[in-house]
Design a binder for this molecule. Sequence first.
Ligand code: ASP
Length: 589
Amino acid sequence: MSAETLMRSHRAGSLRTEHVGATVRLGGWIHRVRDLGGVVFIDLRDRDGLVQLSFDPKWTPREALAVAGSVGQETVVLVEGTVELRPEAARDATMSSRDVEVRVSAIRVVGPAEVPAIPVSRKEGEELPAEELRLKNRILDLRRPELQRNIMLRHRLLQRSRRTLADLDFLEIETPILTKPTPEGARDYLVPSRVHPGEFYALPQSPQIYKQLLMVAGYDRYFQIARCFRDEDLRADRQPEFTQIDIEASFVGAEDVYRVVEQVLVALWDEAGEPIVAPFPRLTWREATERFGIDKPDLRFGFEIRDLSPFVRPDAAEFLRSALAAGQRVRGILAPGMAGLSRKDLDHLTAAAKGAGAGGLIWARRSESAWEGQGTKAFGLEGLAALGGSAGDMLLAVAGADGVTSPALHAVRSDLVRRPGVQPSTPHAFCWVVDFPLFEHDAESGQFVPAHHPFTAPHPEDVEFLERDPGRCRALHYDAVYNGNELGSGSIRITDPAVQRTIFRLLGIAPDEIRRRFGFLLDGLAAGAPPHGGFALGFDRITMLLAGATSLRDVIAFPKTTAARALFEGAPTPVNAADLRALHLRVED
Ligand code: ASP
């Protein structure tokens, strides 16, 4: 559809050489004004970009020239004029309409603007104002061409996801926002009921139970661009409300789910102009943590972790020997070309390892002729020779339980791959991480907690451990990982109500509590449940990565801060006593 309305003929930023000679009417924001005394140039902005308006006594009436000379930045104007080619020397490659300008015959202010609190137009290289200030003045910030590009990319990605899934025969079905809690490992946002004193809805942490019930109800393939809410202690890269591409399908195994998710991801990357290929390689969770120290490995880089325990000398330092005696391991990375790391670099890497829980970092470097450094004592020259490696390599090692060495070596590896000269082997490294453990042990509560969520099916080969040794049981749970980022998670679900009850019991949920919280799911599973499974892709993160943005806040129109505040509109906010009373609530000091 054309951009024409009653007030304008074109969008300013869409004018091109093909429009030369045309009379146009435009509406937009005053981006920049250059008053050369007698002649005025204004850059006019709308969502398509910028066009130069030129005001000159030769073609602009006096009243219009006066308006152009006095109009403030960010004011909304309607203008009329003719499109002309700009002189060769005056073409501006930074403008979408670089080759043309509009010679203005009339201008009218329709939306006066106060002096903007933060600038929308920036000179090249000019720093952005502090983020807090930008979030407070979100409207002005949202006018920035970079954010407009991100938000428009987001729109295209949303449309493309919908089209792709609809073409694969998935039905878009909405599930409630006022819900019964679905546990996904975070706290619920609660909504008090006015008509039922003392009762609460929860905002959905995900549509998990509803989408499973849709499978039981026979809808076969579901998707939803779902808004989810999780009240977590916020980390820098989380938002309390976020968007998932949520998928569920019946009569499927994990392979079917991988295929659908791969098709969605290929489509999304294509929409952003990045061709990628599927299928993606697979790693088990065990392999991923063994080789990369983490369950979301960045496969663009090498620097794999190795078990160095067999190479530790019998007369190595006491802490190494006692670690091995306690059944722990010495693991490390043989980093090619890193022998030149300075004392300062090594201190930095040591701090990274310690920050992740390690006691310290052992190193040895291989110069042209020989190994040197404290690691020579730990492994001996024979040990180091047996490890392989060549001149210019650096060995970095850590001792301890896997729960310590994995995060420490992941931290070391992450630091190494960011060093100058380290090149990724490919721009896009996707993989599936599969066979996660079913449970994690929560040190604080001493309880098992689901590694994914409590509806995930145990791995059929491990069902025997479910009661006996739950920590050993793997799950039919898989994650999609891209360049070290988790893009989403999913699983094949439990369909047997008895197994589902067992899982709840192992999680320490009492029988009456099971009935109260999950009775509707158990009843559903008992009503004839097809085998089913699904996935959810973190849509905000995907958009951020495809936009080349560094913060989720740059791809969400009205985001929250890391402290879960909306600074522009001012939320959360206290409510008055009468409203609280109506909800049967009282705030304690
Ligand atoms: N509900 C899960 C989540 O939000 C995804 C899934 O299992 O489909 O992470």
